[in-house]
Design a protein around this ligand. Structure first.
Ligand SMILES: Nc1ncnc2c1ncn2[C@@H]1O[C@H](COP(=O)(O)OP(=O)(O)OP(=O)(O)O)[C@@H](O)[C@H]1O
Length: 597
């Protein structure tokens, strides 16, 4: 099989470089050497040098054709980059065989013809860049690639209408200088005229030429409705403030007291509090409305982010709804809020965060821009001087912590599923780290209570980015119970490396089924000591041993975990390396299962 892949790669290069002069000896790309071990030019492999992960051949003056069926023989290629060559012909439909592709770059070549209809089958594609070629015809329905972040198709001869991309998800989009025609879909204000200019047949916003009038469209009625919604909300808030001013003789003092009440409630925990106003349902839990948190709000309103689930959410809905305290973490308290329409939300009331409102907003917007199916997006936030609220959809299926340590004790949580959770979570974190690295926004608080299962039982990382850089210092780390990593030099602690540590601990939890901290027990320390004594097999969860799970792969995953929790942040792998390693283990597991079958 390895030989087949190698032959296919050599054939791919033969066709790609047809007629090009011979390369020097470092070039590789021949059947007598190995693409990974002998480091063929432009080939990047997984850590164990076993499978090809990236092929980057930018600017190699290649002037042949793209043999997609050959290059896609590599089992898990995720980056193919051929920018800045002279490649001719089409992008063949067999490109869809590269199922794992997340990045496809072919800009600055002489590609022509239509893009293949099979392209949207690359459904985990993140970046698609085909600019500066001679592509023509209509685009296939790329809107089917739900996680697409980049589409650059400028400077081609593409025509037809522009598909309804998920513009809220895209971070880069350009179709300028083509022959597109018709109205531009609603880009949600995310992209400007530059992205569409140079297409004489296009009309509508963000271009300045309006489309010829048609029957009044549904879209505009919606807009009117939305607009009047805002006016109503504004009036409501004014009314509320008015009532408060009238009903209170000493509004200032009263307000301070109300805020205090919220805090008092916070510290009394689950006991129903007399200070909580209204909306009690009479049972013995701390149910009350968020009104009691902050009645004096008015200065700013709820900002609904791009999640489709709560487009119509209003601040008044949050205020009115009964809320139940779920827990008090280090960032603040979490409430379960039930809306009238049956929708259930999780509202985090952030504890004094030492961040300005402006910075908070910018941060939320940056986080909102990056979407991954395994990351729980915030759906809205509220931000005033006194109060910051963050709204998520409530996840009925509980957390990874519950699944492992709840009443089931992880018994029905088999090895394959645990490996699946590990792989999904690290991949999701890899994307977040990549996209938010420049902004310096890491997760900051990764742990099994922050991995929630959605309605399809897919694991989702929640509360991404809730820790500011300032508060990510060692003193906070030391206070936190689950991250007690003594003897560490604090200065070199970067938040991104802290996330790797968090992933390592989650992997240990998956492998051992044990709590991270328990009556002086420290999971990381314990695992390290058992491994040092060479009793490695002792660490694994009895439930995994009982199902006779592949021990070799368990040991491999344990090694990944141990690298992640290395005391020196610099020795910890990057999240991409972690994702590769876990992917490889998962592939091996799948292979061994198919062999058994
Ligand atoms: N969106 C959500 N849906 C359902 N349950 C949630 C949601 N977000 C958090 N939870 C659960 O609610 C509980 C309390 O959450 P909270 O965030 O307050 O605690 P924490 O994660 O331990 O603390 P922190 O993240 O602040 O360090 C946790 O068990 C968590 O798994």
């Amino acid at each position: 099989e390895v030989e087949d892949v190698k032959k296919a790669l050599v054939q791919f290069m033969d066709k790609l470089s047809a007629g090009n002069a011979r390369r020097d000896q470092n070039w590789g790309w021949n059947t007598s050497s190995d693409p990974c071990k002998d480091k063929w030019m432009g080939v990047f492999c997984d850590n164990r040098q076993q499978s090809v992960r990236k092929i980057v051949l930018d600017g190699f003056n290649l002037s042949g054709i793209l043999d997609a069926s050959s290059v896609c023989m590599t089992k898990s290629l995720f980056v193919l980059s051929l920018n800045g060559n002279n490649i001719v012909g089409t992008v063949p439909k067999e490109i869809s065989n590269c199922k794992h592709l997340t990045h496809l770059y072919v800009s600055g070549n002489k590609f022509s013809g239509k893009l293949p209809e099979t392209l949207p089958q690359l459904n985990i594609l993140k970046r698609l860049v085909i600019s500066n070629n001679n592509f023509s015809g209509e685009l296939p329905d790329l809107s089917r690639i739900s996680g697409l972040l980049t589409f650059c198709g400028e400077n081609n001869q593409l025509s037809g209408g522009i598909p309804q991309f998920d513009f809220t998800n895209l971070v880069q989009f350009n179709v300028s200088n083509n022959n597109f025609s018709g109205p531009i879909p609603d880009v949600k204000g995310r992209f400007g005229a530059d992205s569409f200019s140079g297409n004489p047949g296009l009309c509508g916003r963000p271009l300045s030429n309006a489309c010829p009038p048609r029957k009044k469209s549904k879209g505009s009625t919606n807009q009117v409705l939305l607009f009047s919604g805002y006016i109503l909300l504004g009036l409501f808030v004014l009314l509320l403030v008015g009532l408060k001013l009238i009903s209170k003789r000493k509004p200032k003092e009263e307000k301070a007291e109300v805020v205090k009440k919220g805090v008092a409630l916070d510290t009394t925990g689950n006991k129903p509090s007399d200070t909580s106003s209204g909306h009690r349902t009479g049972d013995n839990r701390s149910e009350y409305s968020i009104t009691s948190i902050e009645s004096g709000m008015a200065s700013s309103s709820l900002v609904v982010l791009t999640s489709p689930a709560v487009q119509k959410l209003k601040f008044e809905d949050l205020l009115r709804a009964p809320a139940e305290l779920l827990g008090r973490g280090k960032h603040g308290s979490l409430y379960k809020v039930m809306l009238d329409d049956g929708m259930i939300l999780a509202v985090k009331r952030l504890r004094d965060w030492g961040i300005s409102s402006e910075d908070f907003k910018t941060r939320m917007q940056k986080i909102d821009r990056v979407k991954h199916p395994n990351v729980l997006p915030p759906v809205a936030y509220y931000c005033s001087k006194q109060e910051k609220l963050l709204v998520y959809e409530y996840q009925q299926n509980g957390s990874l912590f519950n699944l492992l340590h709840g009443s089931q004790n992880g018994r029905s949580f088999d090895w394959g599923s645990r490996l699946g959770v590990a792989a999904a979570v690290t991949k999701a974190l890899a994307l977040m780290h990549e996209e938010l690295h420049e902004d310096g926004i890491a997760h900051g608080n990764l742990k099994s209570t922050n991995i929630l299962f959605n309605k399809n039982m897919e694991p989702c990382i929640s509360e991404y980015g809730l820790m500011t850089t300032e508060s990510q210092d060692q003193s906070l780390l030391a206070q936190s119970s689950s991250f007690k990593i003594n003897d560490l030099s604090p200065q070199i602690y970067s938040t991104f490396k802290l996330d790797i540590y968090g992933i390592g601990v989650i992997l240990l939890e998956l492998l051992t089924g044990k709590l991270v901290q328990n009556n002086g027990f420290n999971l990381a320390k314990w695992v390290n000591s058992v491994v040092r004594e060479e009793w490695t097999a002792e660490v694994f969860d009895k439930a995994l041993i009982a199902e006779a799970a592949g021990e070799e792969r368990m040991v491999n995953l344990l090694q990944v975990a141990l690298k992640c929790i290395s005391p020196s942040p610099n020795e910890r792998p990057s999240i991409n390396q972690v994702a590769f390693m876990i992917d490889t283990i998962k592939e091996e597991e799948e292979r061994s299962i198919s062999l058994e079958a």
